[in-house]
Design a protein around this ligand. Sequence first.
Ligand code: PRP
Length: 216
Amino acid sequence: MTQQLLVYVPPHPLIKHWLAVARDAATPSVLFRSAIVELGRWLTYEAARDWLVTQDTMIDTPLAACPGTVIDPQIPVAVVPILRAGLGLLDGAQTVLPLAKIYHLGLVRNEETLEPSCYLNKLPEKLDPETRVLITDPMLATGGSIMTAMAELIQRGVDPAFTRVVCVVAAPPALQKLSAAYPGLTVYSATIDGQVNDQGFIIPGLGDAGDRIFGT
Ligand code: PRP
């Protein structure tokens, strides 16, 4: 079977609601932050569905033994927030994945060329190829930042099939680049918007997520 990029937009009322709050230009920074946290929580919950590895076990309840299922402790789980804006999704992701290791990756786009540059990389030299990796970044626009993040991960042994991207707004240029380079990767997004303008902003989008999260 030919692999292809999978993009899920979960049809969940909480995801739709918090997306609407985040999109609204009248939403103040404090509420915008909460909306992004909630989106991080529910999108991570959805992304974990066929991604976390479980194992069957026997459990002794106070009354009897019965079969059960637990998360496999042997399989490493990692979250990679792309700074700054990806930090906004991290809080919610951590409520779903409290034991995940967090590897920060600081990327910023040049405002004119839109090329990303890396100013912080806390990834280890190598990652176990079985590692389940979840990347958080609210916006996939031209795709330069997510492609840089993916390249850093692949270089360290990560398998795209075990990788999930959690974002809020994804745009076609980013999805096309990911699709060409990483079939087998899966993206969870609150929505897919149609356009990226000349300044690299997604239209209609939600503005500059980093600035709105941090009030700058
Ligand atoms: C934004 C956003 C993504 C990137 C998306 O970050 O959070 O990381 O742009 O754009 P791309 O798909 O065209 O690369 P930005 O560089 O503004 O940095 P910030 O998160 O620190 O605000």
